[in-house]
Design a binder for this molecule. Structure first.
Ligand code: 5GP
Length: 118
């Protein structure tokens, strides 16, 4: 039910500080926090405070400057927490693995203190 935005998404509840999260960056329009189930040594979720866009395709069409801001925040986080090389993943649609239908990116990478990149 909530997957289609009928109820506030879990991310809207984090933005409203109704549920806790480790917030690592925030602007007027974007917020970033640690993923609750990290899939990489660095795994940060970046989402828009406006919940109207369900995925990156909708965001790109509706507010490309907001998408650009989200990417700038990703770059800042990557510079701080990785060696500046990272994955930026937008799962788009349930079949792709998207579970929260409030546009967000995953920033994933090795930590800046990692001994080796392999
Ligand atoms: P998706 O699968 O939609 O691309 O990504 C949703 C992400 O949100 C998942 O990686 C999941 O672990 C994360 N997530 C879901 N619920 C919470 C939560 O309550 N807190 C935090 N910090 N992350 C969450």
């Amino acid at each position: 039910m909530s997957s289609q935005g009928v109820e506030p998404s879990v991310f809207s509840r984090i933005i409203a500080r109704e549920i806790p999260a480790t917030i690592v960056a925030e602007t007027d329009r974007v917020i970033a926090f640690e993923d609750i189930a990290p899939q990489a040594p660095v795994h940060i979720v970046i989402t828009t405070k406006d919940p109207q866009y369900r995925n990156v395709v909708e965001l790109a069409a509706g507010d490309p400057e907001l998408l650009a801001e989200l990417v700038r925040v990703a770059r800042t986080i990557a510079d701080e927490r990785t060696r500046g090389e990272f994955r930026l993943v937008f799962n788009t649609g349930a079949a792709s693995g998207q579970t929260v239908f409030h546009v967000h990116a995953h920033v994933m990478g090795v930590g800046a203190a990692a001994d080796s990149l392999g």
